[in-house]
Design a protein around this ligand. Sequence first.
Ligand SMILES: [Zn+2]
Length: 289
Amino acid sequence: VKSLRSFIGEAESKKSAIGHFNISNLEGLWGIFNAARKLDLPVVIGVSEGERNFVGVRQAVALVRSLRESYSHPVFLNADHTYTLEGVREAIDSGFDAVILDGAKLAYEENVKLVAQAVEYGKSMTNEVLVEGELGYIGSSSKLLDEIPEGATASEEQMTKPEQARDFVKKTGVDLLAPAVGNLHGILKHAKNPALDIERIGEIRKAAGVPLVLHGGSGVSDEDFVKAIRAGISVVHINSEIRLAYRKAIEKSLADNPDEIAPYKYLKAGVEAIEGVVEARLGLFAKKS
Ligand SMILES: [Zn+2]
């Protein structure tokens, strides 16, 4: 099986993107994996610090590795939003394919320093692990949003600047960069999520010189995705959409089957709901634009 790095390079040259979807449990993993296999596409499984604590760090590695080996299918594991160097080390030592040191909320120089240390550790351990840095805060709520979260990038002023992206990559040596370009973690309850700044994506990609990752893909329109991928996004993160689909499906399943107590029966609807969302998103990202 080829490396994640080579799949990302391939996606970039085809002007398509790889989907990254988060899991909290085995149902999520199967839903995502089923969709990726069905479409014969590579996929990245993400676990944030909270998700990792729930699934287990080494257990997440074992699960993803067993799928990759059993089915000879390219499925990779990313340590999403890791806030400390210890967390990065733990993920790399446990066998993750990629890690994110998220210093977006820190002062710029602090962010640079921490991410550079993460890159250095990754390189000292293996040539294969990808290290991602973030530039620009886009919120971090796990709930449906009433409004754009405090401090999150809402105006052009706060978005990632191409010149800073260039400086950041040069100083840290990151493999991947996640910019703030109008994207938001979470889904707004009463309004559409903001539109993406497509022109900025193109400028940042050029200045940064490394593939770009779009976080907060939930709630982004199909048209914006296609344009963003064409402009230089090579990996897209989706989490809130699958969480919402899972929860709704399980609520309905429980309501429809009040006497059912076998989890594998009433949770099946959750797996199918996730599979449906992932299939639609993966299909869109893989389209040559
Ligand atoms: Zn994210």
